[in-house]
Design a protein around this ligand. Structure first.
Ligand code: ADP
Length: 639
């Protein structure tokens, strides 16, 4: 039968409905007729084998309820497309729920046969593609795993590249200088940035020998060491090696210190094929250490020179180390020192304990004592040694230890003593003749009182005034030596302060016609003490106020009470005193001297005034600025 005849025969079959029925019923694919809303009108027998449901179970059910919710949109979209046109066919893949409840993949084809009166439905065929899907899935997974494998391999490769780049970076940017030399002539294979920084102008030539690349190192033994390493296979290590290097390639070599390692590199056969050179510059550290060593040596020389006593001690008294001068001063031996039996705190008499405590506070706070101070030590034999001491903390981290310098002050003390004795002796010696001259002057003044000899009278008055001054001076000098020896005797009798102040003002006012002293206030208090001595303080302060202020400027004396204290304050509008002198002004013989304005005096008045006030348990102080006048004040406890 020809092809054409075959087609003709088929057409015959087409006419035959039974033939179609048979065809549908024996088709391996499930065939379903459904309405656009998904309602199933017919399901072919093959639906049973495809889906597990007998065909009659589909009748009247909605096909959408069997479709996996995730695929429903795609199915309905395909249906919508099909519906738009008669005979239109669309394919879509979806999962269909079997009787077992599990889903299987199907490819469904929808054909719009709604317009055909005989059918009036959408023809849907279902072809089970689970196997194909499984195969596809397998393929996808395979692809995925090979892709992952590839990616892993690439990552490993990248990592390796990264590591070698990192190593290279490390090598190039290492803080140490590194270079690689090859062969017996030490030809340069690699040199890092640190090397180039040491020699910023040098163009290193790869493949050239070390001797060609480092001509500045010739004759310093380095190349010979490289030869030895190459021949022996043993590494060379040197610390703080001095090298003369021409850093700037200017022809001038300068000293540098380097830590050096020459490390041999072996080939597969175990023979040396090259050398890795590591060099670290340590010039700064070496020089800093040398400087410290030098200053330590200098300090040691100073200590051993035995000019002053030096001790290393703790702030609580223990002396760890001392030089010979100190040991001789205090009469202890080196054995005593080693046995730990020298303790500066125990060697200190109680009256100096407060001074020492202040020094320790200064050391803790500032690491040093602001000014050397005088004190004394008991020697081992029990005698007293007068010294001047200063100290500094040894280490900020350990403020408990210090270095102390001790100067024997006994000579100075002895001189001071001699001076005091001299003052005391001369003032005593002067006192007797001056007293007798004063007496005789008084007699003469009386005799000439009635006579008409104005010139002689005037001269005698001047003599008397000068003798008063001299008597006061001798009295002050005697008082000074008494105060130093603790022999300044104070009476203990009650007296009225207001009366004393006004009487003293009257007395001082009588000595001057150029300045007026004004008294303000009243205390109404009684003071217990030495009336004459307190009067002496007021006289001193008033005389100073007169002496150090211009003519016609007023002087104000104010008295008032403040709690248990009676304050007397004396104000002038004179030359004033710079702040830098305030703390020294009450010291013996201290004077503020200005050659342009010479004022007579010895610097005794304020010293004695302080001694007297303090012996009365009072205080004396001042407020003053240069050019702005002064206020001197003292307080005395009220009875
Ligand atoms: P002096 O005999 O020198 O006056 P003082 O002990 O009384 O001795 O005073 C010490 C120093 O204090 C004086 O030399 C002077 O420089 C200064 N001084 C004292 N009082 C005054 C004052 N009222 N105004 C200015 N300077 C004063």
């Amino acid at each position: 039968m020809s092809d054409r005849d075959k087609i003709m025969a088929t057409n015959d079959y087409v006419q035959n409905e039974a033939f179609f029925q048979t065809l549908i019923e024996h088709s391996a694919n499930a065939i379903v007729l459904m309405q656009p809303d998904g309602c199933i009108a017919y399901a072919s027998p093959a639906t049973a084998s495809c889906t597990g449901y007998p065909p009659e179970e589909f009748a009247g059910r909605n096909s959408f309820t069997f479709i996996h919710p995730d695929d429903l949109v795609a199915v309905q979209a395909a249906l919508a497309t099909v519906m738009a046109l008669a005979n239109r066919t669309e394919s879509v893949e979806y999962r269909f729920r079997r009787t077992s409840g599990s889903y299987s993949w199907f490819r469904g084809t929808f054909t719009n046969l709604l317009f055909r009166p005989a059918v009036h439905a959408i023809l849907s065929t279902m072809c089970d593609i689970s196997e194909q899907k499984r195969a596809e899935e397998l393929l996808r997974k395979n692809e995925e795993s090979s892709r992952a494998l590839l990616a892993r391999e690439q990552a490993v490769l990248r990592q390796e590249e990264e590591v070698s780049r990192h190593l290279n970076d490390l090598f190039m940017q290492a803080p140490a200088m590194v270079c690689v030399l090859q062969g017996s002539e030490h030809r340069l294979e690699l040199v890092n940035d640190a090397y180039r920084q040491l020699y910023p102008r040098r163009g290193f030539v790869l493949e050239a020998t070390v001797r060609e690349n480092w001509p500045d190192l010739e004759d310093q033994g380095f190349f010979e060491e490289l030869d030895r390493v190459y021949q022996s296979g043993k590494a060379y290590v040197a610390n703080e090696k001095l090298a003369m290097v021409d850093r700037e390639d200017s022809g001038v070599r300068e000293a540098g210190y380097f830590n050096i390692v020459y490390q041999p590199v072996f080939d597969a056969q175990g023979s040396v094929e090259g050398i890795i050179v590591y060099v670290m510059e340590v010039t700064e550290q070496v020089l800093a250490r040398k400087r410290i060593q030098e200053s330590e040596a200098r300090l040691r020389r100073l200590i051993d020179a035995n000019i002053v006593g030096v001790t290393f001690c703790t702030l609580d008294g223990h002396i760890n180390e001392a030089n010979d001068v100190f040991l001789q001063m205090v009469g202890y031996t080196r054995e005593d020192l080693r046995a730990g039996s020298i303790d500066w705190a125990r060697m200190t008499p109680p009256e100096y304990e407060e001074l020492d405590a202040q020094a320790v506070r200064d050391l803790r706070a500032q690491g040093a004592i602001p000014r050397p101070y005088e004190k004394a030590y008991w020697r081992k034999n029990g005698t007293l040694l007068s010294v001047v001491v200063t100290a500094a903390a040894l280490d900020e981290a350990n403020p408990n230890e210090c270095i102390a310098f001790i100067l024997d002050n006994s000579m100075q003390r002895e001189l001071d003593q001699r001076k005091d004795d001299f003052i005391s002796m001369t003032s005593h010696e002067l006192k007797t003749p001056v007293t007798s001259i004063k007496g005789l002057t008084q007699v003469l003044l009386k005799r000439f009182e009635q006579r008409d000899e104005p010139d002689i009278k005037r001269m005698l008055v001047i003599m008397d005034m000068q003798l008063n001054k001299l008597t006061k001076l001798i009295g002050d000098l005697l008082d000074i030596s008494k105060a130093q020896g603790g022999r300044l005797i104070m009476e203990q009798k009650p007296f009225d302060l207001d009366t004393l102040v006004s009487e003293t003002i009257e007395q001082v006012q009588a000595t001057t016609t150029t300045q007026h002293i004004k008294l303000i206030g009243k205390t109404n208090v009684t003071i217990m003490g030495d009336r004459d001595r307190v009067g002496q303080v007021i006289v001193n302060l008033l005389s100073n106020a007169i002496k150090y202020s211009p003519r016609n400027s007023p002087i104000v004396v104010k008295v008032f009470r403040e709690g248990r204290q009676a304050i007397t304050w004396i104000q002038d509008f004179g030359i004033g005193i710079d702040l830098s002198h305030h703390d020294k002004l009450f010291n013996q013989f201290y004077r503020v001297t200005d050659p342009r304005e010479p004022y007579p005096g010895l610097g005794i008045g304020l010293y004695l005034s302080r001694q007297i006030v303090e012996r009365h348990n009072g205080k004396i102080w001042l407020h003053s600025k240069k050019g702005e006048g002064s206020i001197f004040a003292f307080s005395l406890p009220v009875v």
